[in-house]
Each structure stands twice: as structure tokens, then as C-alpha cells.
Design a protein. Sequence first.
Length: 309
Amino acid sequence: MDKKNIIRSFLLLMFVAGLSCASARAGAEVPEFDSQKAFAFLVRQCEIGPRNPGSEGHRKGRDYLQATLAQYADSVRTQPFPLRFGRPEQTEEAYNIIARFQPGKKERILLCAHWDTRPWADEDPDPKNHDTPVLGANDGASGVAVLLEVARLLHKHKAPVGVDIVLFDGEDAGTSGSMNSWAQGSQYFARTLAPQDRPIFGVLIDMIGDADLVITKEANSLAAARPVVEKVWKIAQDLGCTAFKPELGSSIMDDHIPLLQIGIPCIDLIDLDYPYWHTISDTPDKCSASSLDQVGRVLVHLIYTHEGI
Ligand SMILES: [Zn+2]
């Protein structure tokens, strides 16, 4: 073995030792995300049926989510607001669901997803289905499912930072060409957020259950909250979560925009490349536990290794 090789071997040893230290430390402090439990949360929401505002599924969905979060969080409340939506123009009572963990901690992370489902499958290949509500296995239930499993872990293992999980209502009743008709729950939340409740940053997850999951860096997130994007992608890379791609993605109007508009750096983890988007075929068989696992593990590491941004 020549000197160069010895140095190489030494460096390799250091590297391996470093890795095992890191994983041992992570193993001791970072709880394990249970993707089967998360997938069961996805299926359970879909068993309730479509959760579009005004429907029976919407009422049942709200009660189910509130009751489930009440088992885990220090406090849970609903935040009612009037949802305006068209075809024909009407107003329905809608509800953001807000779960707080360690409410006494000043430094807080916001995790959010929308729980409502689209009232119309207007992207369905069959025009006969365009007025049928979607089931929203991916578009609605997937993000919520991951956050319910994160909530379960936050209950069992105290995090080093306060966490607020907010499930937005009224995200998906918008019409094209009318920006304000989308993300109405997030708009209301941002408008009424008390200064003392502002998180240091936020992560929105939406449509992350696709069995063929690809998450690129959403353009608005990168423009307004780059350090959060970079931190999340670094964790994903360290954990080998290959669904997270380094490429710049398109810019998307979603629940993170009203938060960005009030100066909260909130990023959107989303995979819009989903053939069943806003169709009646957005069902659990198009989703996978391993996709939920990748996003869930990244979020859990983000929370439990938190040392500031
Ligand atoms: Zn949608």
C-alpha cells in the first residue's frame, strides 16, 4: 500500500466513522416515521368519501381530523371562515384545523396541507364526470396523512422546537383565471394570524402521495424562502430520499403564497405531474406508502434536528 492509498483509506475510515456516528446520533434523537400508519391515515380519509365543502364527507372529515389530532396535540381548534365558490356562486362554512404542540415555545415551525377535496373532477377525461367531486387520495389526503403521522410522533417524542400543524380548508374550490378563489383557507389564516403566533418558517406539503413521486424545487419557494428549500433538500440528500430532485420546478399557486405574502418563509413540496389530478381516478391505489415515507422522514428530521435556520 503506498502512502497515497493509506491516506485514502484513512479518509475513507473517517468518512465511514462519521457516517455511523451521524446515524447513531440521529437514531437516538429522531423518531422513526411509520409509513404504514401514514398510509392508513390516507385510506381512512378516502373511506369517508369526497371532502368538498358543503358535503356530508366534509363534515365527517372535519370531525375525524379534529378528533385524531386531539389525541396527539396540546390543543386543537377549528377556525371557521366563509368559503366563496362558483358554479353556481355560493358560500359554504369552511374550517381550518389548527393543532399546536408545545404552545409555550416561542420558536415555532409551521407544517401545513389542505384537507378539502375538489368539488368537481373538471380535468377528468370523461366530460360526464366534470361535476363529480374527486376523492382526493393524493390531492388532499396524502399531505394530511403525513402530518397526522408527524403529529403522532410529536406526541410521543418531545421536539426541540414548537410545531403548529395547520390543515387548510378551501384550497381546491378555485376557478381558473381567479387567483383569490384558490387557497382561501390559507388566505384567511394569514390574514388573522396574531404576531406572537408567527412561525420562523413553514413547509406546505401537497400531492406528495403519487407512487411515482418527483419533487422539484418549486419556483416561488426558491425565490422567497431559499434557505428553507436548501435545508430540506440537504436533509433529503443525506437520507437518500431520491424523490427530491435538485432541479428548479414550475411556480405554483398554492397555500404557501398567502404566507409568503405576509413574510413567512413557507415552501411548497409538491408533485404536480400526476395524471389523475382533478379526476375521479385520484384514488389510494395511485399512491404509495414509500412516497409518504420520503416526505415524512424529511419532515421529522427537519423538526428533531432543528437548531435554527
Ligand atoms: Zn387540487
